[in-house]
Design a protein around this ligand. Sequence first.
Ligand SMILES: [Zn+2]
Length: 503
Amino acid sequence: MAKATTTIKQVLNYQDAHAAWFAANQALFNQVVAFYFEVIQAHERVLDLSDKEALRALEKLTHTTKKNPTPAMPLSALVEDAPAMFRRAAIHAALGSARSFSSHLSRWKKRKAKAQARGKQFTERPPVPPRTWNKSATLYAGQWKERTSSSIVLKVWTGTCWSWIKVRITGRELPADVEMGSPALIRRGKHWWLHTPLEKHFRSPPTIEHQVTTNTATTICAVDLNLNEHLAVCTIQTVEGTILATTFIGGGRRISGFRKKQLGRIARNRRKTGIIAESEQDNVHLWGKITHVDEQIAHLVSARIVQFAKEHGAKILVFEHLGSLRPARGKYSQRGNSKRAFWMKGRIFTYAKYKAYNEGMLTSRVSPRNTSRECARCHSLVARYAAGQPAEGYTSGAPLVFCQACGMRGHADRNASLVIGQRLITRYQNPSQGKPQAPLRGERGEQSPGVAACQDAKSEEGPSLPQARHADGNEHGTAQEGSLRMDEHRSDIPHPLRFPCES
Ligand SMILES: [Zn+2]
């Protein structure tokens, strides 16, 4: 069985005074976590135990009961009457941090020992335990009750006593078919939210290799991510090579324009203020705006990709490796913009991967080498050009491609996404040769008038081994509206994206 976890985030509506209580509750929670972290440091053997056993051991060390009247390090010295479930949530949080710290420390010790054994100087500093604690309070059962879709009753530390308060909830409702984890009280800016982890259990999908090699009807969704207008171009194809659908997810120019404007503002502000204090974030508001919009676009695009794949019954998502960031030239706003666009591609991949997994789809990546230069039909090198220009040469970023070997004409990004999908299939079907297999068996019903037949289109211009990673960075084109030749099967998903910062 596989498990998918998502978090439902709901806004809490509460009286003004309650915000101070939530803050007091969180502060106390962190004090108790810090206390238990210390206890664990003093009794390191606890970390050899399972979580359950460790919990029992730590309670024995700290919790005063009739049977255990004088624990070694009583929690009551710090807080008199912490509810059992509050204490246990804090113990688990402390255990998590202690385990993480301990494994960092032991890795550091290993590196040190290795360096010393070789007689090398070792200057890396050891990891240090957290100096401050800023964990959100998890509410175990017993710390909350009477949860409905619109309200919940929470037990919190008000600063002076433990109190039950009823708060209203707005936001997404909890789906029915999932297992609910313990909610947590999260502060975001000035406002408090309730985050609830949800677990869904399903049969783990068979491996990609199994799906690709044993079932010719397996469909995959290949995604070409771009820095330009079409943030993502997705194609659905079967492992036999039949192309079933394509979608273009736009909005790239607007997000880029938005970002550039904000970065330009930051640059101007910096010129005005002169030197920026070290370790102090300047233009907090503007940076926040950019980050927020980038994040939201990454979520929108990844959700759209997965939705498209799901609608067409795809079982596997495939991307290309991102390659490395090529430093852009130009003004501050241009450099910053291309860097952020690159990061956003990474985020789209990460989000799509987990969203796809929640739908039972697996995700893979292939070598990005020449994905834009190769013909998806015959694997020759293509000419890339803009509308109205001769179909020759290779203009990086131009929207159209033409293959002299087989006569294929089409949209450059769509061609790239087809090549990406084929690389995944080739990897498993011809694992010994890195070479692509025979040309696509057919783009049935997909041929546009400009596409000539390609019977004898065999090519030696194959891609490199699919296993080769992080080859040159990829840069695909500025796609222009109205230039989509091969794109008969547009998705019915509406586009372009709604821009989150529009009011
Ligand atoms: Zn070709």
